[in-house]
Design a protein around this ligand. Structure first.
Ligand code: ZN
Length: 86
């Protein structure tokens, strides 16, 4: 009753769902991690406080929630500065 094709398909779908729920978000966030942003733009911080956007000097961040992850953007120029898990 279970054909090999159906089994392969089921395993594939389950594997994809697991990756989509965990791996994809980690991968996406890791492309623009907060730690990396801070390391690359030390002038944007005073201690842990964000003080200026590296592109425009704006000092206000807004967070765009995308479900399991968030984009942290400069409110003035709209540049995506870093990403995080929510
Ligand atoms: Zn900016």
């Amino acid at each position: 009753m279970y054909s090999p094709t159906a089994i392969v398909l089921t395993v594939g779908v389950i594997g994809y769902l697991i990756w989509a729920n965990t791996g994809f978000y980690s991968w996406w966030v890791n492309k623009k991690k907060f730690e990396d942003f801070k390391t690359n733009n030390p002038g944007s911080f005073d201690g842990n406080k964000f003080i200026s956007c590296p592109a425009c000097g704006g000092d206000y961040i807004f967070v765009r929630n995308k479900g399991k992850v968030s984009s942290h953007l400069c409110k003035q120029c709209g540049k995506e500065l870093w990403r995080s898990r929510t």
